[in-house]
Design a protein around this ligand. Structure first.
Ligand SMILES: Nc1ncnc2c1ncn2[C@@H]1O[C@H](COP(=O)(O)OP(=O)(O)OP(=O)(O)O)[C@@H](O)[C@H]1O
Length: 406
């Protein structure tokens, strides 16, 4: 393995054997392979990647996507079914709660035991002990058996050991979510310090923001497969978009069913009543854009009467929480659009969209009388995703400046 590579994973797979009943496990071990008493579940499927020394890499994915399985294999606490893992350097791992400590031993004893596992001598641990105890800040509990600890105390001590043993590679599995905010800040500061010292860090987090801020790159696992590897903001944005899209698909299924019902009613209305106009379609050139790129929406509508006086068209953009962001109309903008009989298409363009990463929804409506009377309105008729590099935070980019005044 090249000397600047810290971790090299090639075609790594982990298949768990799932026994529906405990007795089946026994039967399997007694009858050794003559019959299969288990189902197989692929938790990792042909995963390959490399991590350079000094890199901080975030691992993201939905529950059950294989993140913990991967970290456990990298930390050496789980064996893979196939594939290879090469780790260059000493690993300190902070895995799920409950691993790494003997519950009957005191905190102090566990500190020394963990040190021994990492190949650190007793004398060396004597030198480091105070720093570890101070960082964990669990007071007299350090001399109590670990089984009496709260989950918060447990994480404090485990984290304190992991970051005070000068490991080359630090592996952290979602542990920060357990500690209190003050401790989380302390840990992040310490991890930054370690990162600046050149330690390679692998980090599972459910917080996209945390990964964007802290990691250079990210790996997105989906059903045990690597869906994407890249810069952390790019991967997190794509992952979050996909979560939004899944939510959206559910919503759209519901909307499609209700549109079908409405269309049926409309057809009946068209047959019976003289409707004056309707929106035929709302489409977009691109549904995936970057911040400051152009957004184009086409609204096609039909007017059935000779003319609709004071006709106006509006397009509104909403956030995914149905927060109203922007909704101009042709009346307020003093723009003339066709209002006579026939089918017309109007383009609505935002030349430089200032929105930051996320999924946004478009409504379109046609009205008369300055918007007082609604002729037809399409709710959430289409959506688009904005991707942005991690250059600022919030919903939109607002021009601004900083100045030191004193
Ligand atoms: N010992 C096991 N036996 C059988 N299946 C397992 C075992 N450990 C994990 N799995 C399954 O493997 C899949 C991946 O689990 P893993 O814990 O790696 O996912 P994860 O991405 O870390 O999830 P989470 O975010 O919920 O912690 C899950 O479907 C889980 O149920």
């Amino acid at each position: 393995m090249s000397s600047d590579i810290a971790i090299k994973v090639e075609n790594l797979s982990k298949i768990y054997q799932i026994y529906d009943r405990p007795i089946n496990r026994l039967k399997q071990s007694l009858l050794r392979g003559r019959r299969k008493y288990y189902r197989e579940f692929t938790a990792l499927n042909n995963v390959s990647f490399q991590i350079r020394k000094g890199e901080t890499v975030g691992i993201i994915g939905r529950n059950g996507s294989g993140k913990s399985t991967l970290l456990q294999i990298l930390a050496g606490t789980l064996t893979p079914t196939s594939g290879s893992v090469e780790v260059n350097g000493r690993v300190a791992a902070l895995l799920e709660l409950g691993s790494g400590f003997n519950p009957e031993f005191t905190g102090r004893e566990n500190v020394y035991m963990n040190g021994a596992i990492l190949g650190i001598s007793k004398e060396e641990m004597d030198r480091r002990f105070n720093e570890i105890a101070e960082f964990a800040d669990i007071g007299d509990f350090i001399d109590q058996p670990v089984k009496t600890y709260s989950s918060g105390m447990y994480v404090r001590l485990a984290f304190s050991i992991a970051i005070n043993v000068d490991a080359d590679i630090l592996i952290v599995d979602e542990a920060l979510a357990v500690g209190d905010i003050k401790f989380q800040i302390k840990c992040i500061d310490k991890m930054k310090e370690i990162k600046n010292k050149g330690t390679t860090i692998l980090f599972v987090s459910h917080s996209g923001e945390q990964v964007k801020r802290f990691c250079d790159r990210a790996i997105w696992l989906q059903n045990g497969n690597v869906r994407h590897i890249g810069s952390s903001s790019e991967v997190v944005n794509q992952y979050e978009d996909s979560l939004q899209l899944e939510m959206l698909k559910d919503q759209q299924r519901e909307v499609a069913a209700s549109i079908e019902r409405i269309n049926k009613n409309e057809q009946e209305t068209e047959l019976n009543v003289d409707i004056i106009a309707k929106i035929n379609s709302v489409t977009m050139d691109k549904i995936r854009i970057k911040t400051f790129e152009e957004l184009v929406v086409y609204i096609k509508y039909t007017i059935f009467t000779n003319e609709v006086p004071n006709f106006l068209l509006g397009v509104a953009i909403y956030g995914n929480d149905r927060k109203y962001i922007f909704g101009p109309n042709t009346y307020l903008d003093k723009v003339n659009v066709p209002k006579t009989k026939g089918t017309h298409t109007v383009m609505y363009k935002i030349p430089k969209v200032p929105l930051l990463a996320g999924t946004y929804f478009v409504d379109a409506g046609i009205f008369t009388d300055g918007g007082l009377v609604c002729i037809d309105y399409k709710n959430d008729v289409c959506h688009f995703n904005v991707e942005s590099d991690y250059f600022t935070e919030g919903l939109v980019h607002i021009e601004h400046e900083w100045r030191v005044v004193k």
